[in-house]
Design a protein around this ligand. Sequence first.
Ligand code: C2E
Ligand code: MG
Ligand code: MG
Ligand code: MG
Length: 282
Amino acid sequence: RAKDRGKNNYQLFTPSMNQDAMHRLTMEYQIRQGLENNEFILYYQPRMDLALNKVVSSEALVRWQRDGNRLTMPGDFIPIAEESGLILPLGEWILKKAISQALAWQDQGLKGLKVSVNISSRQFQQKGLANMVAQTLTETGLDPRLLELEITETTMMMDLEKAQRVMEALGRMGVGFAVDDFGMGYSSLYYLKNLPIDCLKIDQSFIRDLSTDPNDTAIVDAIISLCRTLRIHSVAEGVETREQAKYLRQKGCEQIQGYLLGRPMPYHELREMVVNGIKPKL
Ligand code: C2E
Ligand code: MG
Ligand code: MG
Ligand code: MG
């Protein structure tokens, strides 16, 4: 690969190089530029507690404002950032930004509003992640209990000893852990019990056809009871309809996130939403 040949050697694109490889190289270069030029922004999607009927948290979701107003979605660059290692500087920027935003909310009268941040596999495996998070929390003064990190089952199971160390170190400080896209990966129930996990986010693919697909209904019911048994919070992702929300509440799911409450939005819109107490009537 061109980048392996040293900084000052540029390799020309050749017709033999397939389009995919070319796209990747271009993207890598642009992501690096984007970081330098501050082109990344965080949107926040509300998460509501069904018992309190209140927005209690929000998930930080990265977007890339490349040219003008067009937003590039994470699906189009996170995988390339992950493969190239650029996820490490990008991920650090995201964490720091989300932490400072959460801190700002506390000062703006949104006391107790939490933030949750997605951590990619490579970022989670990175040496020094726990220290970096701990140091950022100490420097900013954000209450660690207001920060939750989202990792997938696959990430967690990749290196269990490492996962245990990182999660316990940060867990002791008060940082929470959510298992993202739960049900899509392969996790051992044993580890759900033995790692410091605070919440399972039920993957949106199970929520989509909740009212019509009996398999989805059964899976969602099972995950909710599992959460109750293990004393882990349950969150349903991708909730778009009132029917889904009603069903989930009736089954004892604790929180929901999805377009029904709101799409990911700029920080000031989320703030307004929470201040005005806008919420759907369920
Ligand atoms: P995720 O963490 O599972 O995030 C949820 C995704 O579902 C978001 O897509 C969100 O916009 C979308 N979503 C939320 N509610 C609904 C709904 O009601 N219906 C439907 N159809 N979709 C809904 P987004 O923002 O495009 O992010 C996609 C994925 O990219 C995320 O999945 C996450 O894995 C990754 N990602 C996003 N931001 C970051 C980040 O800051 N760091 C890392 N490492 N990954 C990120
Ligand atoms: Mg997530
Ligand atoms: Mg998810
Ligand atoms: Mg995910």
